[in-house]
Design a protein around this ligand. Structure first.
Ligand code: SF4
Length: 344
């Protein structure tokens, strides 16, 4: 198994109580079965508290429920009582690994950091595509004959998508439009359909209000995020995404493509990840434009990081987006291209 890491991966270190948006905040904490078995044996008040608070959630996972926005073991010094009481080696897999994510593709495994962690987000905002050089194409990954053409094709399409996404000669909205157009062709090939040119004359932009409506209907964890979203939604149509937003957003998009594009190996759909990036661009870009007017009460990194935490990291929200892409004409490639062109 070939293990692939971005160049900055091993430099990452959790900044614990210095973190501005801890992973001990807003989320239920998954407890894997091995960790739970150990927690059942811990003596004293800590063990009693762990057993009392372990519950089964709606996905049939064992969790510590987040209470008033906090993990119940996150203490007033913003440190973890489990870590202090029984040691780092007894943290659950979720706590021990976050923000490290590994995705297994059979004969290679890609490791990445999650943008939902502010410190990881800072690393990703500082690094360019060069940091992901090992993610490469089939030759670099040494794919064997048994790996199948499908994965080789997706790896090449992923690199080509990034060429469009990072093209410095185009405004960012046009780059996203190019990614959509290219991936519509890729999708036709995956579906064994002759790729046809897009009929852009028939495309109609519906404005970005429906995307904001959708994001406001999502499960939202933070009141701050909810009010920023609602304030932005009211002015979304007239807010202009700032030119300098592209330099940061392209790092988020780079991360997103490496993290999600190859999901198509299971879903058979390369457009899901690209359309989710388009939604993220419009929502965070308009939020950024509003925050610029207000002197950035919440820095740009936090806008992208919070989007990752609120939307990308929610299974339900991601599924809601994918399902709308399947059923709502406003998300058709041509219509999204028209919407992007309107942003220039
Ligand atoms: S979000 Fe990142 S930096 Fe913050 S506490 Fe969690 S792992 Fe550490």
């Amino acid at each position: 198994m070939q293990e692939i890491y971005p160049g900055f991966y091993h430099e990452f270190k959790c900044i614990a109580n210095l973190c501005e948006d801890s992973c001990c905040k807003d989320w239920d904490i998954d407890i894997d079965s091995e960790t739970e078995a150990f927690y059942q044996t811990v003596q004293g008040p800590l063990g009693d508290k762990m057993r009392r608070l372990l519950v089964t959630d709606e996905y049939d996972e064992r969790v510590f429920r987040c209470t008033n926005g906090r993990c119940p073991f996150w203490n007033s010094d913003m440190l973890c009582d489990i870590y202090i009481g029984i040691g780092e080696e007894h943290l659950s897999n979720t706590c021990a690994n976050f923000p490290r994510v590994a995705v297994d593709y059979g004969n290679f495994r890609e490791h990445i950091l999650s943008f939902a962690c502010p410190e990881a987000a800072r690393f990703m905002l500082k690094n360019t595509r060069d940091a992901y050089a090992d993610f490469g194409g089939e030759r670099e990954l040494g794919l064997s004959d048994e790996s199948g053409d499908y994965m080789s094709f997706l790896l090449k399409a992923r690199e080509r998508t990034l060429d469009f996404l990072l093209n410095p000669d185009e405004p960012f909205a046009y780059r996203l439009a190019d990614c959509l157009e290219f991936n519509a062709q890729v999708q036709s090939l995956l579906d064994n359909v002759e790729p046809a040119p897009l009929d852009l004359d028939k495309a109609e932009s519906q404005g970005c209000g429906f995307i904001f409506d959708m994001h406001q209907s999502f499960e939202i964890m933070s009141g701050e995020w909810r009010s920023a979203l609602s304030e932005t939604a009211e002015k979304a149509q007239e807010l202009k995404i700032r030119d300098d937003f592209a330099a940061d957003f392209e790092k988020f998009a780079l991360y997103y493509v490496y993290r999600y594009y190859l999901e198509a190996i299971n879903s058979g759909d390369v457009l899901y990840s690209i359309k989710r990036i388009v939604c993220a661009y419009l929502v965070t870009g308009k939020l950024d434009a509003l925050f610029y007017e207000k002197g950035y009460p919440y820095p740009r990194m936090r806008i992208l990081q919070r989007y990752s935490k609120e939307v990308e990291h929610s299974y339900d929200n991601t599924e809601a987006l994918n399902s709308a892409f399947d059923t709502d004409d406003r998300f058709e490639v041509e219509n999204l291209i028209a919407l992007l062109e309107e942003q220039i």
